[in-house]
Write a protein that binds this ligand. Structure first.
Ligand SMILES: C[S+](C)CC[C@H](N)C(=O)O
Ligand SMILES: N[C@@H](CCS)C(=O)O
Ligand SMILES: [Zn+2]
Length: 326
């Protein structure tokens, strides 16, 4: 049962599991150049050791779930880079393997410590939206053009999903899904391919009331509620000030576990490919907000773009009273 893995994770974490923070953000902080059509996935080709280092840093910070480097790793993206299909599929598997290796090494060393303060983390294989692949900012608009259909979206996601699932992650994380058509396509694909790895589907929102496309969360939740393959729903890469309201809204419309991992509130300029600073409006700090998200009913909490291991360390401390859990 998809839900059992999640229930166990949340229980072991003491009621609320900690997700890692901005992966690409931390890769950049370690010196990677991700100004690339493949964005952070370019490092699967050029700097795999940095990928593992980022995973280690988030584990150290107290993450109970780490998300693989495959957000913008797509077969067409790698083919456009001149790779062969076998090489592209190999890199997808590598993204999961690097996260599994980091998790296993970290766990082994945590067990050796006389007073372990960590849980054995789970690895979620990231699947970014079609908009992420387009690399035109459409993961924040949900506008895929008039020609796109559910069938085309399923075909876009199919092989990558098969390959990632075959690499044996603990979860599959569909991230920053901006419109209802893509949610529908993912739910259908999970059934058609009979994917056995429990999934989460997280949406992006720019107004806190709707998906980025302007469509209703409720309509998407109805689609997702009908699927046993999806264990977790939520939002990511969404401004943090909207998250408490979104959790309360979701709580009324789904029984599934809720995951939230917002960005810092800065706004992505898809054309200039840079983050625009957020205007100061007296926001509370991320860890203080995380406590409110837990009280509102989120079971998994972390950060997305422009959050860092220090954000996650503070979140872990706020939610568990310490970095890890005995
Ligand atoms: C989550 S966004 C900042 C990822 C990057 C975007 N898809 C791009 O390629 O420009
Ligand atoms: N897991 C990805 C999500 C980008 S929106 C990252 O943190 O880079
Ligand atoms: Zn993000």
């Amino acid at each position: 049962m998809a839900g059992a893995v999640v229930e166990e994770l949340v229980k072991k974490a003491g009621g609320c599991a900690v997700i890692d923070g901005g992966f690409a953000t931390q890769l950049e902080a370690l010196g990677a150049d991700i100004n690339d059509p493949l964005w952070s996935a370019a490092c699967l080709i050029t700097k795999p050791h940095l990928i593992k280092e980022v995973h280690m840093q988030y584990l150290e910070a107290g993450a109970d779930v780490i998300i693989s480097s495959s957000y913008q790793a797509t077969i067409p993206g790698f083919l456009a880079r001149g790779l062969l299909i076998e090489e592209a599929e190999g890199l997808l598997r590598t993204s999961v393997q690097l996260a599994l290796e980091a998790r296993d090494e970290f766990w082994k060393s945590a067990l050796r410590k006389s007073k372990p303060v960590y849980n054995r983390a789970l690895v979620a294989a990231s699947v970014g939206s079609y908009g992420a692949y387009l690399a035109d900012g459409s993961e924040y608009s949900g506008s895929y053009g008039d020609d796109i259909t559910v069938e085309k979206l399923k075909d876009f996601h199919r092989r990558r999903l098969q390959v990632l699932a075959s690499a044996r992650p603990d979860l599959v994380a569909f991230e920053a899904i901006p419109n209802k058509m893509e949610a529908q396509a993912l739910v259908e694909l999970l059934e058609e391919e009979d994917i056995q790895v429990p999934s989460w589907i997280c949406f992006s929102s720019v107004d806190g009331k709707h998906l980025c496309s302007g469509e209703s969360f409720g309509d998407c939740l109805q689609i997702i509620n009908a699927s046993e393959k999806v264990a977790i729903v939520g939002v990511n890469c969404t401004p943090p000030q909207f998250v408490e309201g979104i959790i309360r809204d979701f709580k009324k419309q789904t029984q599934k576990a809720i995951a939230v991992y917002p960005n810092s509130g800065e706004v992505w300029d898809g054309r200039a490919k840079r983050w625009l600073p957020v205007e100061c409006f007296g926001r509370k700090s991320f860890d203080v907000m995380a406590k409110r998200w837990q009280e509102a009913g989120a079971s998994l909490i972390g950060g997305c773009c422009r959050t860092t291991p220090s954000t996650i360390r503070a979140v872990s401390k706020a939610l568990k009273g310490r970095t890890g859990h005995y």
